[in-house]
Write a protein that binds this ligand. Structure first.
Ligand SMILES: [Mn+2]
Length: 351
């Protein structure tokens, strides 16, 4: 499959969406190395962390601690996910690399230094394990498990946690299973997106059997503060349809955040609100920072959000992807509309 390219400035790799053929072998290798490591295991994920980023990190950290390891996640937890970690369990930023540290990077390509958050990777010289499900991953870790057929990184971490617990003759706890189920839940849009495969439902069922609290996760994820509704009014006010109603967009800028008393962390969920507009194939939420614009893309299963994001220098998955594009809103929205048109034409929806 070729990927349409919209700009000349791309150096993102071609997405590879085939399953990882050595999956079981790599899971076993990673579990063995993590379980045998003496010294601290530093766990990191991506900027703008989501439920899969935090859930994967927290599930792994808790499993490693249960089997006697030292593990610490560094992440700025967004407010809507603050219910998941205990106080002080996740630290915002690693100041200095511990001696003999092993680094685990979850849900993001460890080579993408602009996307990995929580520590300065350029000052780290130790071994790196990478576990990810993005097809755009360049696969250059010391030990990597990259399987784009997985709906979430958390499902892979669950397989690794199983082997860690087995080797130490320890049982699953709700505290380990719940964050991992949160990752499956959020990356599938609460088991509603096209990536909700039989495999991910089996992974979810298995985590519920191991004590994961699905109803609690959904209750906590669905709670919104009053500023959410104030910003929702702004987002709905900016909603626009294009390409004969097949594309829906909305835009948020600093002034709108100011009026609603909201922050950028609050914005991410609105793309899922606008994507439910009937007749649309593609939704895009523009986060307009003035000098650059962040795009959050969601597709309905016919057009590829990933193709459009990669064409704009970003990445992601077929149903959900994103890009950060330098330039003002007018220029970036024009580039997006062109990329969307190319993708609609590619799948025969261009007319
Ligand atoms: Mn993910």
């Amino acid at each position: 499959m070729t990927t349409p390219r919209q700009t000349a400035s791309l150096n993102a790799p071609e997405p590879k969406n085939a399953p990882e053929p050595r999956y079981a072998e790599l899971v076993a290798q990673i579990a063995q190395e993590l379980g045998g490591h003496r010294g601290e295991i530093v766990i990191l994920s991506h900027v703008d962390p989501d439920g899969d980023a935090l859930g994967s990190c927290l599930g792994l950290q808790r499993a490693l601690k249960l089997v006697g390891g030292q593990a610490q996640t560094y992440m700025n937890v967004p407010q809507y996910l603050e219910f998941l970690p205990a106080e002080g369990e996740v630290l915002p930023e690693l100041k200095a690399w511990p001696e003999d540290a092993l680094l685990v990077v979850l849900d993001v390509d460890n080579n993408d230094v602009r996307r990995v958050a929580g520590a300065d990777l350029s000052s780290f010289g130790g071994r790196v394990i990478n576990i990810d499900h993005h097809g755009t991953n360049a696969r250059r870790a010391d030990l990597g498990l990259v399987d784009p057929t997985q709906a979430a990184t958390a499902g892979m971490v669950a397989d690794i946690a199983q082997l860690l617990l087995d080797a130490a003759s320890k049982d699953w706890t709700p505290e380990i299973a719940t964050p991992l189920l949160t990752g499956l839940n959020t990356d599938t849009g609460s088991f509603r997106f096209a990536n909700t495969s039989p495999a991910v439902l089996r992974q979810a069922a298995s985590l519920v059997e191991r004590g994961a609290q699905l109803a609690w996760i959904n209750d906590r994820l669905s709670q919104n503060p009053p500023r959410y509704f104030a910003l929702l009014r702004e987002v709905l006010g900016s909603m626009a349809f294009s390409h004969g109603g097949k594309v829906v967009t909305a835009r948020v800028d600093e002034a709108m955040l100011g009026r609603a008393g909201a922050v950028w962390d609050d914005v991410e969920s609105y793309v899922n609100t606008i994507r439910s507009a009937r007749g649309t194939e593609l939704a895009c939420l523009f986060k307009d920072y003035g000098t650059h614009v962040k795009l959050s893309l969601r597709s309905r299963g016919r057009v590829s959000a990933q193709n459009i994001a990669v064409g704009l220098g970003g990445g992601g998955h077929f149903p959900a992807a994103g890009a950060t594009v330098q330039g003002d809103y007018a220029a970036v929205s024009k580039a997006f509309e062109e990329a969307a048109q190319t993708e609609l034409e590619r799948v025969g929806l261009g007319g």
